[in-house]
Ligand binder design. Structure first.
Ligand code: BES
Ligand code: ZN
Length: 641
C-alpha cells in the first residue's frame, strides 16, 4: 500500500499548505506531485467521509483536556493531550479534525503537560466543505502522544454562549456544547468520527459562581470553586463529548437519576421527569444492564437546538418539554434508550445514523409502553407514523433510504425523520414477524455483543444473517430487509400503527368540520395531549377565520402551555392568516431555539407569502439562536443567498 500523505491529497490542500509535515522523504513517501498534476489519493483515510482523520494509522485511545472558559471573549482556551494507538508503523503525520480552531502550539511525546515533549510542526488545511480543516501534525519516530494548545472561535459551530437574559435566572451567562454530528472538532482537535472510541479526563476552569458539568462523572457535591475535574472511564465516540457551564443546581430523582438545572426550573423539571428512574429500571430488565453508572438530566435554556441529546451519563434536555403533565416525556425515554442504542452500540459513520436513531425510536416506544401502558404506546407510535408519512411525502427518493448516502453532504442538512421513524417501523415489522420475546432476546444479545463498539449497516446485516435469519428464517425475507434499508419508501404491507383513542378524535374532528357539532360541544374533556396533537395535525390545510376563532375560543389554543400543541396550532394559524395568534408566534419563534419547531414554522411563513415578516422575526431572534439554528433557518428565510 502506498504511503498515505493526506496533505497532498487534493489540489486545494496542495496549494494551501506547503510547509512542514509531509516533507521528510522516506522510501514509501510519494513524490510531491508536480504543479498541475492531480494527486490520486483520496482525502478520506477511513470509512467515514466526514472525518479527515487517518484512523488507519493512529487511533485515539485517551484524551486529557484542560479547558478554560472565558465568557467575556466567548473563547474556550484548551490544552488537549491525545494518547494514540499506533497502527502498524503509524505514519509520519497525524491528521485530526478541526473547525475554526486557533492552533497555538503542538508538542509530541512528553507526559502531556504543556511544553513537555518536543515542539513539532503542524499545518491546517483549507476549509473546503462541511468537514472543517484537517490539522496535520508531524510525528517523529514512534511518538504516540500529542499535546495541542488551542483556542476556540467565538462562533464555534458546536458551542453556544448565552447572555444572562437568555437563562431562567437572568443573572449569569451559560455555555453548552452540542457535538453531534461533526461539531466536536469546533471545540477540541481530535478524530471526529463515531468509528473511534476513547476515554477522557478533563479539568474545566470557570468563573467561580458557575458550575461545569460534562458527559462524565458529575459530582453534585463538588466544591464550587471554579475548577472542576471529570473522568469518563467508558469509551465514547467524539460526538458524545459534552460540556455545559452555568448557574446549575442538582436535585435527585432516584438512586441513580437526578436533574441539573437552574434553580428557577429545578423543581418543575424533577417533577416532570420523576419517572426517569422507573424508565431506567424497566429498560435494564429487558435490554440488559445500564453500563454508564449514573443517568442524570441537564435542563438547558430554551435556545438548545434539539429536544434532547444523549450525552452519556447526562442527557441534555430542552426545557420546552416541561408541560406540567408528563405528556412529552417520551423525549426522556428516547435519550435514555440511547444508553443502549447509540452510546453502547454506535453507528460507525453518519450514513448509518438509523442504527442509532431507528433502534432508539423503537426502544422509546417500548419504554413508554412499559411505564405508561398500551394506550399511550399506541398513540406515541401512531404520532411517529404520521411524522414518517409527512416526510415520505416531502423528501426525494434518495433521502428516504435508511442507509443514506451522505458523502459530500453536511450531515445537519441530511437530517429527517427517516432514520428515526422508518428505522423504528422496520424493527417493529421484524418484531411482529418473529414475535416480541424472540425480538427482545435478539436485541439483548445485539447490545451485549456489540457493546462499546461502532458498527455499520453491513455489519448489522451480517449479524442479522447469523442470528434472526437463522432462527426465524421462515418468518423473514432477506430481500425485503434489504428493501427496507436500501430502497426509498416503506415496503408494501408494512405495519401501520393505529390507536383507538385517535379514532374517537377523527370522528369528533369530522363532525366539527361538517358543521354538525360546535367546538364547545366536542366530547374532549378527557383527551390527552396525544389526542389533541392528532386532532390538530389532522386538520385540512384550509380553515376559515370563523372556524379558527371558534376553536381558539373553545380551547384557548393560542395560549396553550404545551409547546407541541402551540406548535401545531401556530402552523395552522400561519397557513390561514389567523392574526390573533401572531403575537404568540413571534414570541414562540424568538424564545425557543428548537429546530424541530422553528424550521417548519419559518417554512410555513415563506410558503404563505410572509417572507418579509419571517426575515424580520428571524433577525430579531438571531442573536439568541444557536449557530446551528442560525445556519438551518437562514437557508429557509433567505433561500437565494
Ligand atoms: N441524537 C439526537 C439528536 C441529534 C441527531 C443531534 C443527529 C444531531 C444530529 C437525539 O437523541 C434526538 O434524536 N433528539 C430528538 C428527540 C426526539 C426524537 C424524541 C429531538 O431532539 O427532537
Ligand atoms: Zn436520538
Amino acid at each position: 500500500m502506498p504511503h498515505y500523505c493526506p496533505r497532498f491529497s487534493s489540489i486545494v490542500l496542495l496549494a494551501s499548505v506547503l510547509i512542514a509535515s509531509c516533507s521528510r522523504s522516506g522510501p514509501e513517501t510519494p513524490a510531491v506531485p508536480a504543479a498541475g498534476e492531480t494527486a490520486t489519493t483520496d482525502v478520506m483515510a477511513n470509512d467515514d467521509w466526514h472525518s479527515y482523520a487517518n484512523t488507519d494509522e493512529y487511533r485515539l485511545d485517551h484524551l486529557e483536556l484542560d479547558l478554560s472558559v472565558d465568557f467575556a471573549d466567548k473563547v474556550i482556551a484548551g490544552v488537549a493531550t491525545l494518547r494514540l494507538d499506533v497502527i502498524g508503523n503509524g505514519s509520519e503525520d497525524l491528521v485530526l479534525d478541526t473547525r475554526d480552531l486557533l492552533i497555538e502550539k503542538v508538542h509530541v511525546g512528553g507526559n502531556g503537560e504543556v511544553g513537555a515533549g518536543n515542539e513539532t510542526r503542524f499545518s491546517l488545511g483549507d476549509a473546503s466543505d462541511s468537514r472543517g480543516q484537517p490539522l496535520t501534525i508531524a510525528m517523529p519516530g514512534d511518538a504516540d502522544t500529542v499535546t495541542i494548545r488551542y483556542r476556540t472561535s467565538p462562533s464555534a459551530s458546536g458551542v453556544q454562549w448565552l447572555e444572562p437574559q437568555q437563562t431562567a435566572g437572568k443573572r449569569h451567562p451559560f455555555l453548552f456544547t452540542q457535538a453531534q454530528a461533526i461539531h466536536a472538532r469546533s471545540f477540541v482537535p481530535l478524530q471526529d468520527t463515531p468509528g473511534v472510541r476513547f476515554t477522557y479526563n478533563a479539568t474545566v476552569r470557570t468563573p467561580v459562581e458557575l458550575r461545569a458539568v460534562m458527559s462524565a462523572n458529575n459530582d453534585p457535591d463538588a466544591e464550587q470553586n471554579g475548577v472542576y475535574s471529570f473522568s469518563m472511564p467508558q469509551r465514547i465516540p467524539s460526538y458524545l463529548l459534552a460540556l455545559a457551564v452555568g448557574d446549575l443546581e442538582f436535585k435527585p430523582m432516584g438512586p441513580r437519576t437526578g436533574v441539573y438545572a437552574e434553580r428557577e426550573i429545578l423543581d418543575a423539571a424533577a417533577a416532570e421527569f420523576a419517572d426517569t428512574e422507573a424508565m431506567l429500571e424497566t429498560t435494564e430488565e429487558v435490554y440488559g444492564p445500564y453500563r454508564w453508572d449514573r443517568y442524570d438530566l441537564l435542563i438547558l435554556p430554551p435556545s438548545f437546538p434539539f429536544g434532547g441529546m444523549e450525552n452519556p451519563r447526562l442527557s441534555f434536555i430542552t426545557p420546552t418539554v416541561i408541560a406540567g403533565d408528563k405528556s412529552l416525556v417520551a423525549l426522556i425515554a428516547h435519550e435514555l434508550a440511547h444508553s443502549w442504542s447509540g452510546n453502547l452500540v454506535t453507528n460507525s459513520s453518519w450514513r448509518d445514523l438509523w442504527l442509532n436513531e431507528g433502534f432508539t425510536t423503537y426502544l422509546t416506544n417500548r419504554i413508554m409502553q412499559f411505564v405508561y401502558g398500551d394506550n399511550r404506546y399506541r398513540m406515541e407510535m401512531a404520532l411517529g407514523f404520521a411524522d414518517l408519512q409527512a416526510d415520505l411525502a416531502k423528501l426525494d427518493g434518495e433521502d428516504q433510504l435508511l442507509a443514506q448516502d451522505v458523502e459530500g453532504r453536511d450531515p445537519d442538512e441530511a437530517f429527517s425523520n427517516i432514520p428515526y421513524e422508518k428505522g423504528s417501523l422496520f424493527l417493529y415489522e421484524l418484531e411482529q414477524k418473529v414475535g416480541r420475546d424472540a425480538f427482545d432476546e435478539f436485541l439483548l444479545d445485539y447490545f451485549n455483543r456489540f457493546a462499546f463498539q461502532s458498527i455499520s449497516t453491513e455489519r448489522f446485516l451480517d449479524h442479522l444473517d447469523q442470528t434472526l435469519l437463522k432462527t426465524h428464517g421462515e418468518d423473514l425475507d432477506e430481500a425485503r430487509i434489504r428493501q427496507w434499508i436500501f430502497q426509498p419508501g416503506v415496503p408494501a404491507g408494512a405495519p401501520r400503527p393505529e390507536s383507538d383513542a385517535f379514532q374517537v378524535v377523527d370522528a369528533a374532528r369530522a363532525s366539527w368540520l361538517d358543521g354538525s357539532l360546535p367546538a364547545d360541544r366536542l366530547d374532549s374533556a378527557d383527551w390527552t395531549y396525544h389526542q389533541w396533537k392528532h386532532f390538530l395535525d389532522g386538520m385540512p390545510e384550509a380553515l376559515s377565520a370563523a372556524q379558527l376563532t371558534e376553536l381558539d375560543a373553545a380551547f384557548d389554543l393560542t395560549e396553550s402551555t404545551n409547546n407541541e400543541i402551540a406548535f401545531s396550532w401556530l402552523r395552522i394559524a400561519v397557513r390561514n392568516d389567523y392574526e390573533p395568534a401572531y403575537p404568540r408566534l413571534e414570541s414562540f419563534l424568538t424564545s425557543i431555539g428548537r429546530n424541530k419547531f422553528l424550521r417548519p414554522l419559518y417554512q410555513d411563513l415563506m410558503d404563505n407569502g410572509k417572507a418579509a415578516w419571517a426575515a424580520e422575526i428571524f433577525e430579531s431572534a438571531r442573536p439568541g439562536y444557536h449557530p446551528l439554528t442560525v445556519k438551518r433557518n437562514s437557508q429557509i428565510v433567505y433561500p437565494d443567498r
